[in-house]
Design a protein around this ligand. Structure first.
Ligand SMILES: Cc1cc2nc3c(=O)[nH]c(=O)nc-3n(C[C@H](O)[C@H](O)[C@H](O)COP(=O)(O)O)c2cc1C
Length: 333
């Protein structure tokens, strides 16, 4: 997919510009905060690779979640470029002979992708996954519509679940949670990434939020360590507000599209003062995912289930140092 066309003439990007771009990109969400991306710079292009050493074989055998996270990082790069008034041309999966290469962004001179994307820049460091209870304050219809438009601007579709669908989605999510408690491969993998103290990656205990006192729960409890599972409970909102993000097709390219759309929706939600978390167990289990296809919506493939609302502030999750993500010329795959 190509977004806008950049004039590729212009001076080399400065070190400060490169750093701003990478710092913004790595604040994107990723499953279990694996941060599965690497960036290589050549003149005025940024190549975005998936980091094959950080893939989740149990949770994500097809690589969908990895590429959604990489797509979210691409959106952050585009937002950061827009804020530097750079015009971006984005090509997804530009070279089949280089399988880790997910996207190539060319940053030209001239006006950027527009004030709309640049306006999301302050939300990049403020956005976070919030697994705490939200209030029952209903999101205004105009804001729901704006969020759906943000997804549409990235060639994806965001559809809101009604009360009956919400209850049904929650029950499906609970079934998946129960099944996952007996999935040894997932449990071992989560043990590597979730819970306890984490300083560079993974999901620390402090970000897990309380357990839900009620079943079904509107949040996914990713904890596996008995000490983390014994944390306090809380009552969550009676009327969770859930939306499904879907793409026209279901392929690695669509997952990158979904990641960009997801991040655009999340950044806009942050700008509106909304909190968000994900109920991705509904996507990870194919038999449940099949049930999310909306027959009235034409060809759409569900890629994420979002919970949105108003919530308390939560701490940020850690990131590795920015140098860890930058490929040097001799390392470029
Ligand atoms: C594709 C994808 C799927 C995710 N699925 C879940 C999920 O099912 N449950 C959850 O609590 N968080 C989920 N997350 C959120 C990540 O755990 C979170 O982004 C990561 O820990 C970094 O934290 P941050 O979002 O606060 O920066 C998902 C993120 C991505 C990109």
């Amino acid at each position: 997919m190509t977004t806008t066309t950049a004039n590729t003439q212009g001076p080399e990007l400065t070190a400060a510009e490169r750093e701003l771009l990478v710092r913004a990109a790595v604040l994107a969400p990723s499953m279990h905060n694996t941060q599965p991306w690497l960036f290589g710079f050549r003149h005025r292009t940024v190549e975005v690779h998936r980091d094959v050493t950080r893939e989740l074989t149990a949770e994500d055998p097809d690589g969908r979640l990895t590429l959604i996270g990489v797509g979210a990082a691409v959106l952050n790069l585009r937002v950061a470029a827009a804020t530097l008034a750079l015009r971006t041309t984005t090509v997804l999966l530009p070279d089949t002979c280089r399988p880790t290469l997910a996207a190539r962004l060319t940053l030209g001179t001239g006006s950027g992708e527009g004030t709309e994307l640049a306006g999301l820049f302050p939300s990049i460091p403020r956005r976070r996954t919030n697994r705490h209870p939200f209030t029952d304050h209903a999101i205004e219809p105009a804001v729901r519509h704006e969020l759906a438009q943000a997804a549409a601007a990235e060639s994806a579709r965001l559809y809101w679940a009604n009360d009956r669908q919400v209850r049904w989605l929650q029950h499906l999510a609970t079934d998946a949670d129960h099944a996952e408690q007996h999935d040894l491969h997932r449990i071992v993998e989560r043990g590597c990434w979730v819970g306890g103290e984490r300083h560079h990656d993974g999901v620390p205990l402090a970000s897990l939020g309380p357990r839900s006192a009620d079943v079904p729960s509107p949040v996914r409890d990713l904890a596996v360590d008995p000490a983390d599972r014994a944390r306090a409970t809380a009552r969550f909102e009676d009327h969770p507000q859930l939306a499904v993000l879907a793409t026209a097709e279901d392929s690695p390219r669509s997952w990158l599209v979904a990641g960009q759309a997801l991040q655009r929706v999340l950044l806009l939600a942050t700008r509106h003062g909304l909190a968000a978390s994900l109920l991705n167990q509904l996507i990870e289990h194919e038999e449940l995912r099949e049930l999310l296809y909306d027959p009235g919506a034409g060809p759409t493939a569900p890629q994420a289930v979002l919970r949105l609302g108003r919530g308390r502030d939560v701490p940020s999750t850690p990131r590795r140092p920015v140098e860890a993500f930058v490929l040097h010329d001799d390392e470029t795959p």
